[in-house]
Design a protein around this ligand. Structure first.
Ligand code: ADP
Ligand code: MG
Length: 254
């Protein structure tokens, strides 16, 4: 919170801003008046019961889902019908999913260099150099020439994180990145995310890893039935939840 305030005090515009965002799936009101302002370098954890709209919310930020009312602005660019804006925002926003979403027919190195070469027009040699650097950072430099299917889940997720980082994103979105992993692999992925947070990356993470939230988040947001019910610094959020719904949720997962 203090850092966010500092960024605002210096007059820096928020990197992600949602104002009165509403979304419906047909007649089902999935996001209700969401307001959220994320300053550069903030690390936000979003939690809440299954079906509360967490995935929909972060998928709206890079237009994997379309909102119907309100404003979403990423690094000064508004998400609207302008395809150029959507492309621009997707280039700046990295996303890591529960199910890795790697290209199975490409090697790890090819997974990492595909977008930099084709979207950023980076020369192949440079893209490979960058890719190897990020593989070092996620601690699997030796896996460069393997295919995703030859890796463990934890390794695949670290490849997915490295692949996002190769595009030099301004914000990283994580949607339950450890939920599909065997318990012994969760830590290796969280460690990479913790390091990323320490490097100053702006992060929005949907996760129920509350240890992670306590370690790296500067704000925790609790969603229920399409609404932000409560948000606070982790210490206050966990020790003194204000809402009955938050208390109930925490009692079920902690
Ligand atoms: P969470 O990530 O918190 O579990 P989601 O954002 O995935 O929640 O989903 C919120 C609600 O919207 C759920 O009730 C879900 O069934 C519904 N939903 C999600 N995606 C769609 C879709 N494409 N069409 C219709 N309903 C959807
Ligand atoms: Mg979800």
């Amino acid at each position: 919170m203090a850092e966010a305030a500092a960024a605002t005090a210096q007059g820096e515009a928020p990197i992600v801003q949602l104002e009165g965002v509403n979304k419906w799936y047909g007649t089902f009101h999935v996001l209700k008046d969401i307001n959220l302002s994320v300053a550069k370098g903030e690390r936000i954890v979003i939690c809440g019961p299954s079906g509360s709209g967490k995935s929909t919310l972060i998928r709206c930020i890079n237009r994997l889902e379309e909102h119907q009312r309100g404003r979403i602005v990423v690094d000064g660019i508004e998400l609207n019908q302008d395809v150029k804006h959507i492309e621009q925002i997707r280039r700046e926003v990295g996303m890591v999913f529960q199910q890795f979403n790697l290209f199975p027919h490409l090697t790890v190195l090819e997974n990492l260099t595909l977008a930099p070469i084709w979207v950023r027009r980076m020369p192949k040699a440079e893209a490979e150099k960058t890719a190897r650097l990020y593989l070092e950072r996620v601690r699997i430099p030796e896996q460069a020439d393997k295919y995703p299917g030859q890796l463990s889940g934890g390794q695949q997720q670290r490849v997915a994180i490295a692949r996002s980082l190769c595009m030099n994103p301004k914000v990283m979105l994580f949607d339950e990145p450890t939920s599909a992993l065997d318990p012994e692999m969760i830590k290796e992925v969280l460690d990479v995310m913790i390091e990323l947070a320490r490097s100053g990356m702006t992060m929005l993470c949907v996760t129920h890893e509350m240890g992670f939230a306590r370690t790296v988040a500067n704000r925790v947001i609790f969603m229920d039935r399409g609404e932000i019910i409560e948000e606070n610094a982790p210490e206050a959020f966990f020790n003194h939840p204000r809402s009955e719904r938050t208390r109930l949720f925490l009692s079920q997962i902690l």
